[in-house]
Design a protein around this ligand. Structure first.
Ligand code: DON
Length: 312
C-alpha cells in the first residue's frame, strides 16, 4: 500500500495542535514516579507498515510503558504456548471491571479472563518458557525491544517506585495461585510483571510496536519477523476488547481500531495491514487512559479514514 506522507504529516500535525493543550485528567499518582512526570508533555507518531515515520511534539521523550507491556508479554506467551493454551488458561473476554480488579477474579472462579488486565498479565507472564525469573524477565525485555525498539530499557527509578508500592498486585498473584491460574512462583511473576511495566519507551517506538502488529508480526524498521503471523489476530482481538479497560467499548464504538493504553500516558492503535498510531501525554481519565492521547490517536485515524467497521 502506498502512502501520501504529506497527508499523514498534516493529520499528525493537526491532531497535535488541536489537542496539545486540552485540559482535563491527572497523572497517575498511585505509582509515585508517575505523579512527577511533567503533565504538559505531548507527542504523536505514526509508523507505516513500509517503515515511514511521521512524528510531532515530544516524540523522543521516554515514559513508562506500564500496561502496554502486557501486549508484549502476551505476544511472547502466544509464541511459547500457542493460542489454545492461552485461551484455556487465561481467557479472552473483557472483565468489565477496572484493570486491577480483585472482584473480577472472584466473579469468575479465579480465572483472569483477559491477558490485558493485571491478573491476566501476571498469569500470562507465568506461562512464558524460562528456567528462572531472570530468564523470564530477559525474554520479555527482548520481546519489547524486538517489537518496538532497541532503545527500550528498564528504569531503576520507575521499577523501585512500583516494586515498593505493588501490594495490590502481589495479593492478586497469590489469589491466582490459590485458584490454579498461576504457573510459576507467584511472587516471581509479580516481580517480572512489575519490571516489564517499568521500562521506558518513546512515542516513535510505541508506534513501531503498533506497526509491527499491523504488519502481521514483521517489524517494519528492522525488517525482522518477530511473531508468527497467526499470533497477531488474537492480540488485536484482545486489544479491541480490553485494551482501554473500562473505555474499550466506547473506543471500539467511536474509533473502531484495536488499541492499548498505559498509566504512563502512552496509547497505541493498530490499523491492520497499514500502520501504528501512537500518542503520549500523562494526564489520565478515570479509566486510566491518556485524555489527550485518546483524542490525538482518534483524530489521526479519523483524518486518514481508518476505522475497521467502516464498510466503504
Ligand atoms: O500494575 C499496575 O498497576 C501498573 N504497573 C500498570 C497498570 C496500567 O498501566 C493500567 N493502565 N492503564
Amino acid at each position: 500500500m502506498k502512502f501520501n506522507a504529506r497527508t499523514i504529516r498534516e493529520a499528525v500535525t493537526r491532531a497535535h495542535s488541536d489537542y496539545a493543550v486540552l485540559e482535563g485528567g491527572k497523572n497517575a499518582d498511585y505509582i509515585p514516579f508517575l505523579a512527577g512526570v511533567p503533565s504538559s508533555l505531548v507527542a504523536v507518531a505514526v509508523v507505516t507498515h513500509d517503515g515511514q515515520i511521521v512524528s510531532c511534539g515530544d516524540s523522543e521523550y521516554r515514559f513508562a510503558i506500564e500496561s502496554i507491556s502486557k501486549v508484549c508479554s502476551l505476544a511472547l506467551a502466544l509464541e511459547d504456548v500457542g493460542t489454545d493454551v492461552l485461551h484455556e488458561k487465561v481467557g479472552a473476554d473483557p472483565t468489565g471491571l477496572p484493570f486491577n480488579s480483585v472482584l473480577a477474579l472472584e466473579l469468575h472462579n479465579g480465572k483472569p479472563l483477559s491477558p490485558l488486565v493485571n491478573a491476566g498479565a501476571m498469569s500470562t507472564v507465568s506461562l512464558i518458557d524460562a528456567i528462572d525469573k531472570e530468564e523470564r524477565w530477559q525474554r520479555i525485555l527482548t520481546m519489547q525491544r524486538n517489537l518496538a525498539g532497541k532503545g527500550i530499557a528498564l528504569s531503576d527509578d520507575v521499577n523501585q517506585s512500583e516494586q515498593s508500592t505493588n501490594f495490590h498486585n502481589r495479593a492478586i498473584a497469590w489469589l491466582l495461585y490459590s485458584s490454579g491460574a498461576m504457573y510459576s512462583d507467584p511472587m516471581d511473576a509479580c516481580d517480572v510483571y512489575t519490571r516489564q511495566c517499568s521500562t521506558l519507551i518513546n512515542t516513535i517506538e510505541l508506534a513501531t510496536l503498533g506497526a509491527t502488529l499491523a504488519s502481521g508480526g514483521i517489524n517494519p524498521l528492522s525488517r525482522q519477523r518477530i511473531l508468527k503471523k497467526e499470533n497477531v489476530p488474537p492480540i488485536l482481538a484482545e486489544m479491541m476488547m480490553e485494551g482501554l479497560y473500562g473505555s474499550s467499548g466506547d473506543w471500539a464504538y467511536s474509533v473502531g481500531l484495536p488499541g492499548k493504553s498505559g498509566v504512563g500516558g502512552g496509547i497505541v492503535a493498530v490499523v491492520p495491514g497499514v500502520m501504528g498510531i501512537a500518542a503520549f501525554s500523562p494526564p489520565l481519565d478515570e479509566a486510566g487512559n491518556s485524555v489527550r492521547g485518546q483524542k490525538i490517536v482518534a483524530s489521526v485515524a479519523k483524518e486518514l479514514g481508518y476505522n475497521l467497521f467502516d464498510c466503504n
